[in-house]
Structures are given as C-alpha cells and as structure tokens.
Design a protein around this ligand. Sequence first.
Ligand SMILES: [Zn+2]
Length: 154
Amino acid sequence: MLLIYCGLQVMNTSEGQQDIVFDCPHCGKSLVIDRRGAGMQIRCPECNGTVTVPQPDYDEVSAEDLRLHELEDALQDCKRELSELTEELNYVSVRRAHLEKLRARSLKCFERIDRDLSAMEQAIQRIRVALLDAGFSPAGGDSDSASDTESDTE
Ligand SMILES: [Zn+2]
C-alpha cells in the first residue's frame, strides 16, 4: 500500500537506512517514510488520519557517530603506528647501508691481506730456492737423523 504525499512515498513494506519508522497514532499502523519527510504532516494510508512524521531516531544517529569516532581513533592509532614503523624502517635502512659499507671495506681489507700473504709466500719460496742454490739443505728432523746414521756407520 503506497501513498504519495508532497513527492515523498509513504510505504508500509520495506525500510531503508535513511527511512523513519513510526506508528500511526490513530490506528497504530507501522509506517515508513524517507528521512526528508521528518516533521511533515501526512495522511495515514490505513486510516486516512493526519499524522506528523517524527524526527529521525537520534539515538541511532549518535550511536553511528560514536562508532565513527571509534573508527577515527583507531585510524589515528594506525597512522601513528605506521609513522613509527616508517621511522624505524628508515633507521634500519640507514644502519643497513652503513653495515654494507663496512662489509665492503672489510672485504677490501681481506683482499689486501690475501695479496700480502701470497707475496710473503712467494718471497719465502724465493729464499728457500736461494738457500738450496747456495748449498744449504733445508732444515728438518729427517736430514739430521740421516746424517747421524751416516756418522754411526763410519
Ligand atoms: Zn492510521
């Protein structure tokens, strides 16, 4: 059952979020009207009596506002947390770059030590060859024991 009044539909079937639900004071019929109809006078589609549309349910509205405030607070918390995490990430990035620089420097250092060590080994090798050329036998327990046995047999 529908009643057109001042361009607004009064329905007794479905109800939307923006609708005002109220009972006719004359016949008790449950009526639904668009929120824009608040305060207007309409005729009840059931009993044809004059009815003033009540203001929308403000309790509901304030509950929604409260929920909205809660969500806004939660959003603020999230934003704060996000900025903290961003700061931490920046710090970690800087620290990581620093450590990578240190690592690169250490690698260069190790490479230099390797080069120095192999140069030393080459030098030792050259000294050994020079000593052998000059008639020095390489020092060692084996050669000593060999000379001992030679002297024993003589
Ligand atoms: Zn009525």
